[in-house]
Design a protein around this ligand. Structure first.
Ligand SMILES: Cc1cc2nc3c(=O)[nH]c(=O)nc-3n(C[C@H](O)[C@H](O)[C@H](O)COP(=O)(O)OP(=O)(O)OC[C@H]3O[C@@H](n4cnc5c(N)ncnc54)[C@H](O)[C@@H]3O)c2cc1C
Length: 267
């Protein structure tokens, strides 16, 4: 079996501050974080995930957990809401350690805590991170890779492509809310083909277009490592298809429900 996640050897709660905010495309905003605490963060590239802590409306500061292990969750949940921070999963989209900066890219959606915070974040606002490691762990000996995600997994997939060896052969399916979210330039190996799948229909379920497209796609022969993430029905539905209809061994598929339609993340 493939390990599901590679955790960092050491990690700690890190308090940072917002350095800037950029509207990346119609439905994405990138927030840049930095500050002295960043010296304790080891960027690895790929889909490196962090727990992102940020204050709730009305709080005048960020109260970070003190535990540097998984006990932080209980610590946070025991705090009264008046002092408890929001905590959500996000990917390190890009790290520039020499400049003391990391970017997190938010797929925006109406009225949620993370989207509201990201669209209003101002330089100097506090935010915290806790490294959760990487889940993109292709085994040796695969011929090609299948990378599929909706907008929530776009930062991870673009970071994976930027970090990939020139020898990577990949079919990449990226579903985004609108045509205006398609990136003009993607840094990637030549053998990685990116298929943009804009929904352009606000009533369509996120992930549905990618699920339908990949299910019908002609895919290359040979041993494949598949990395699938997004709204829960996309990775679970696609994994079922790849195992049952295409005969992929389960151990060659990494699949992650990044969020669930109609359900808030805990925390
Ligand atoms: C390992 C990992 C890495 C992730 N990396 C990123 C990343 O880099 N960028 C990113 O944008 N997301 C990323 N996500 C997904 C993100 O954690 C969730 O989308 C999370 O729910 C966002 O919190 P929120 O406060 O916006 O919404 P919540 O409070 O959790 O949810 C509020 C409502 O919004 C809905 N919702 C949640 N996410 C979305 C969405 N993307 N589109 C439409 N509706 C949504 C929920 O169903 C719910 O009804 C990642 C998730 C995981 C597990």
């Amino acid at each position: 079996m493939l390990p599901k996640v590679r955790l960092p050897d050491t990690r700690r709660m890190i308090t940072l501050e917002v350095l800037g905010r950029t509207r990346t495309t119609a439905n994405f905003t990138t927030v840049t974080l930095g500050g002295p605490g960043l010296e304790h963060f080891r960027p690895t590239g790929d889909d490196q995930t962090v727990r992102l802590f940020f204050p709730r409306d009305g709080q005048d500061g960020l109260r970070m957990p003190t535990f540097n292990n998984e006990a932080w969750m209980a610590e946070v949940l025991l705090l009264p809401k008046s002092r408890r921070p929001w905590v959500r999963n996000f990917t390190i989209r890009r790290a520039r350690p020499e400049q003391g900066e990391v970017d997190i890219e938010f797929a925006l959606h109406a009225g949620s805590p993370a989207s509201s915070w990201a669209t209003r974040a101002r330089p100097g606002d506090p935010a915290g991170i806790f490294d959760m490691g990487v889940s993109y762990l292709p085994p040796a000996g695969v011929d090609w890779q299948l990378l599929v995600g909706d907008e929530s997994a776009l930062p991870a997939i673009l970071a994976i492509l930027e970090n990939a060896p020139e020898s990577l052969i990949a079919e990449v399916f990226l579903e985004v809310p609108e045509t205006a979210d398609i990136r003009d330039e993607v840094v990637k190996p030549e053998g990685a083909r990116v298929h943009w799948l804009p929904r352009d229909d606000s009533s369509a379920r996120p992930g549905s277009r990618a699920l339908e497209t990949v299910t019908k796609a002609a895919l290359p022969p040979g041993r494949c490592y598949a990395w699938l993430a997004g709204e829960a029905k996309l990775p679970t539905g696609l994994r079922r298809h790849l195992v049952n209809e295409r005969g992929l061994p389960k151990q060659d598929i990494a699949f992650y429900g990044y969020w669930r339609l109609g359900r808030s993340s805990p925390g």
